[in-house]
Design a binder for this molecule. Structure first.
Ligand code: FAD
Length: 404
């Protein structure tokens, strides 16, 4: 028996290994990573790690997990090719590895910008622990930091480096922050609070080129010619899924590796999970590729169920969080396509939730520093319960009573 081989040991891959054992899978489980670290949590990298020279990475599991549950973790191994017909992987060291089932958990990587000067040292992006270590090191030598991209990662980094005493400028091409990922109320709230801490935010602005001295970046020049001094430029303009392995093996790709409701790709012995997987979402009927820890771990759990022979469809409630300075943002459900909303709490107090509706159906909730609303929302959406806007207006107690 060749067992299950998992490519990628991020949030998805490690959970898939754990869930296979929890579900009683008895064959070999081999977990491959092209990184040279024990698998670690990514969210703290942008929120805390880069501002604290002493911070340690947070391992996803203790060392005993790998030995105790007989997960054969192999760091520093890059997979170059899948022989789908022969059920074999070709490794970067020239070896091959056979599999019965393959789980692709290859994640995503930062989108690069082809900007004149982007090859200067000091121009970085944040995905891995190695990236975070480099940013931390550069931060110690940088007074001025320019961040390209006003998405979650860019804004988290902005808040974190500002708190560490850097001068921070965020440059965003479109006229608002956080793309269409959040409601306009949230986007402007985040902007206001970040600006109040001294972060400068330029929306509707693009960078034409970077300048350098002795090979190291020294400034970012906007399209209108403004010179923004920077000893570090962080590019945070989104990610692209790592689909190439699957693509060259002839597996169907559609904005990610396309999977069915049981995480199977177009080659049924090969599954895909996490940031790299695209699928039709049960909640909205739309095609999505979600980039969140919840999506990665819940898909991993389901993939393990598929491998051990259960035919269950993916039905996890999507949720996400982001900490941007003193804003703890939590989201549950998928809010695109909403046509009305109800606000609970007080925006000025930095504590509020927005309940989004399409007609009379609750699509999702965005909460700022109201974790109780978020948790209750997960219960409601998980139970398929859609309170009326009138019930929402009665507040958490009214909602709890209605759910009970
Ligand atoms: P990854 O975690 O990216 O793991 C994929 C792994 O596969 C990587 O180690 C990669 O190197 C490896 N790999 C790829 N190709 C190969 C190959 N050919 N051979 C071998 N190995 C390969 N989500 C939230 O919900 N909340 C947050 O607050 C949050 N904060 C974040 C902060 C940062 C700085 C980052 C980078 C992400 C954050 N996310 C957050 C997103 C979340 O971390 C991702 O959605 C999650 O990591 C996806 O897990 P994954 O296992 O699919 O991919």
């Amino acid at each position: 028996k060749n067992g299950v081989v998992i490519v990628g040991a991020g949030h998805a891959g490690v959970q898939a290994g754990a869930s296979l054992r929890e579900d009683g899978y008895g064959g070999p489980v081999i977990l491959l990573s092209d990184e040279n670290e024990p698998p670690y949590h990514k969210p703290p990298l942008s929120k805390t790690f880069i501002k604290d020279q002493e911070a340690k990475p947070q391992p996803l599991r203790g060392e005993a997990f790998y030995t105790g549950s007989a997960i054969d973790y192999r760091p520093g191994v890059r997979i170059d090719r899948i022989d789908a017909g022969g059920r074999r992987l070709e490794l970067s060291d020239g070896g091959t590895l056979p599999f019965d089932r393959l789980i692709l958990a290859t994640g995503s990587r930062p989108r690069m910008l082809s900007l004149p000067g982007s090859d200067f040292s000091g121009v970085v992006s944040l995905r891995s622990l190695a990236d975070a270590r480099l940013i931390r090191e550069l931060s110690a030598q940088s007074d001025d930091v320019v961040i390209l991209g006003g998405g979650f990662i860019g804004l988290e980094i902005a808040a974190t480096l500002k708190a560490a005493g850097r001068k921070v400028i965020v440059v965003e091409a479109v006229d608002r922050l956080l793309g269409r990922a959040v409601a306009p109320i949230i986007a402007s709230h985040v902007r206001q609070r970040l600006e109040a801490t001294g972060v400068r935010i330029l929306t509707g602005t693009t960078i034409a080129r970077l300048e350098g001295e002795n090979g190291h970046v020294s400034a970012a020049i906007t399209a209108s010619g403004e010179r923004l001094p920077a000893q570090m430029v962080i590019i945070g303009v989104g990610v692209v899924p790592n689909v190439e392995l699957a693509q060259t093996a002839g597996i169907t790709i559609a904005n990610g590796i396309r999977v069915d409701q049981q995480m199977r790709t177009s080659v049924p012995e090969i599954l895909a999970i996490g940031d790299v997987a695209s699928y039709r979402h049960w909640l909205t009927g739309g095609d999505v590729r979600l980039e969140s820890v919840q999506n990665a771990t819940d898909q991993a759990r389901l993939a393990a169920r598929t491998v051990v022979g259960h035919a269950e469809a993916f039905a996890a409630v999507p949720w996400f969080w982001s900490d941007i300075g003193d804003i703890k943002l939590q989201m549950v459900g998928l809010i695109s396509g909403g046509d009305s909303h109800v606000v609970l709490g007080d925006v000025n107090e930095n504590r509020f939730s927005i309940y989004h509706y399409a007609g009379n159906r609750l699509l999702g909730i965005e909460s700022v520093n109201r974790p109780g609303d978020h948790m209750l929302g997960r219960k409601m959406l998980g139970a398929g319960f859609s309170p009326t806007p009138q019930t929402v207006a009665t507040g958490p107690d009214g909602l709890k009573a209605a759910l009970a």
